[in-house]
Design a protein around this ligand. Sequence first.
Ligand code: 8X3
Length: 261
Amino acid sequence: MVSLRKKTVLITGASSGIGAACAASFAQAGAALVLLARRRERLEMVQRRLENNHGSDTILLVGDVGQRDQITKAFQALPKRWQAVDILVNCAGGALGEAPQWAARPEEIDTMIDVNVKGLLTLTGLCLPGMIERGFGHVINLGSIAGQETYPGGSVYSATKFAVRAISRGLKMDLLGTPVRVTSIDPGMVETEFSLVRLYGDQVRARAVYKGMTPLQAEDIADTVLFAATRPPHVNISEMLVLSTDQAAARMVHRQTVGSD
Ligand code: 8X3
């Protein structure tokens, strides 16, 4: 098994959802954490919790992964020991809107591509050379079931997640012959801020997404990330699709109808 004690783990999207849950799991396992997100206050809350609960060694990297220059400068300004990332968990990402493809707003399209695709590539580009040089490393990319199939109103988001899968597969080929591992994990419906963000804060519609079914929780996905990270060095968990028991496909969900006759 790979021990996470004293390993340096950089997690993007660490202020909430799957990213924050991953931070807690890695902290519990004794890793030192670089926590990256845009929202400083949220990130500081996560940091305080990890320090109080696990005595974790952490550092914050505040910035938008979609802003390549900004994030590159911020990463390169970290103390050298924190730039030596052993495990990169690319969680930052999301969907915006549910409009048909031709009606998606240009800024929604740009943000999804900038964050979900270009942001992931930027962080990977910053962390990988050191991993190869030091002879140890693991890149764990969070994709989505939407990276395996698409659905109405989801084609741009899906395109970004198909891209994540292509990037993970291509990266594995580029890294063949090195000890660096690449994992992609594709979650289905996870109850996080994902739907609230996609639906621009519409609480009623966001709640309806998970109505009558039992969605995954962020911790369920963090468990799978930790599992992949702790396998022995010769084992690479290459790809995982993780769904709620109530979900069979992107838009095929079993829902209990409570109170109907
Ligand atoms: C989120 C899953 O199906 O809502 O990545 O797009 S889905």
